[in-house]
Design a protein around this ligand. Structure first.
Ligand SMILES: [Zn+2]
Length: 321
């Protein structure tokens, strides 16, 4: 069993040598400067500017493969067809170099993913990304890979809440997200992609201990014909108001729509402190209510930007330097 590991190590060594010798070979200074400028745009999530920057860079040095690689990443958030073309060009150019085989294979894997993505609804198109607001994509991308829906509208079953005000809160959350991504209410539970399970919520079976997320993805049916369903359970142990339930459901819908993980900003609906805080501190009710009232009422543009990136990207990948 030692041999494969040796081969792997040799491969990794080869890759790092390749990175030093091949991809990172000294470019003409102007191309190198243009490359760094474009990288800066990419770091700032200014994807269109990054693509334009890599265009200039590749005009100065058409053989600078790292610029082609990074332009492919940027193009995933600008123009999917161009991203596919870039990944193919990169794979073709890098595939000849045994030291770059690994990156060429990754490029081809991305082509496959991107070609399999459905046309996106307008709300998830890259043009809706607002650069000034940024995103928290890097925080959630690795865990969120593959959790995005591939058909629209996404069907939602809201069920019957134990209290009418909670039903209204859940419905309002549904309406708010429907403005971002096509959702359709269904009356039959087994037709749903996302369903709220109030019964399970009430028994609390699924939310033991410090578990933060109350959305779980289940498979219905067998491996081949089966499909994925997101089940939302909510904490019903407190007398939440309608608005509080709307805030809870807004957050849980965010998970069910494909954001696995949390934002680091209180301004975002996917900020996680709301669960943690009341779980760890047995606060008296008035304080809890104050806390909930301070919550944002809608997904922020940053939440939406994150969702747009998750739906357009072929998965998290680090740019080359
Ligand atoms: Zn959460």
């Amino acid at each position: 069993m030692k041999k494969p590991r040796m081969v792997l190590l040799a491969g990794l060594l080869g890759l790092s040598l390749a990175v030093m010798n091949g991809i990172l070979r000294a470019a003409p200074q102007d191309a190198q400067d243009l490359f760094e400028q474009a990288n800066q745009s990419l770091r700032e999530d200014n994807f269109a500017a990054a693509v334009a920057g890599y265009d200039r860079c590749l005009a100065a040095d058409p053989h600078l493969l790292k610029a082609l690689f990074n332009r492919a990443i940027a193009n995933e958030m600008v123009d999917r067809a161009k991203a596919i073309a870039d990944w193919k060009s990169f794979a073709a150019a890098a595939g000849n170099d045994p030291e770059l085989k690994y990156l060429a294979a990754r490029a081809l894997a991305r082509v496959q993913i991107l070609e399999g993505l459905p046309p996106l609804p307008p709300g998830l198109e890259p043009s809706r990304y607002v650069t000034a607001d940024g995103d928290y994509y890097r925080l959630v991308a690795p865990d969120s890979d593959g959790l995005q829906w591939r058909h629209f509208p996404v069907k939602v079953y809201l069920g019957s809440a134990p209290e009418v005000k909670w039903q209204y809160g859940a419905r309002e959350a549904f309406n708010i997200w429907r403005d971002v991504i096509p959702l359709e209410l269904v009356a039959i539970e087994r037709q749903a992609d996302i369903r709220v399970d109030w019964q399970q919520s009430a028994t609390g079976e699924r939310r033991a201990g410090e578990e933060l997320d109350w959305v779980r993805f289940e498979r219905v049916g067998d491996q081949l014909t089966g499909r994925r369903v997101a089940v939302i359970t909510a904490d019903l142990s407190r007398p939440w108001s309608k608005d509080e339930m709307r805030a809870i459901m807004l957050h849980e819908f965010g998970h069910a729509l494909g954001i696995k993980g949390h934002s680091d900003s209180k301004k975002d609906i996917m900020y996680f402190q709301m669960q943690e805080k009341y779980r760890r501190l047995p606060v008296p009710m008035p304080v809890t209510q104050l806390f909930w009232k301070s919550l944002v009422k809608n997904p922020s543009q940053r939440d939406i930007n994150t969702l747009i990136r998750l739906y357009n990207s072929a998965g998290y990948i680090a740019p080359l330097h």
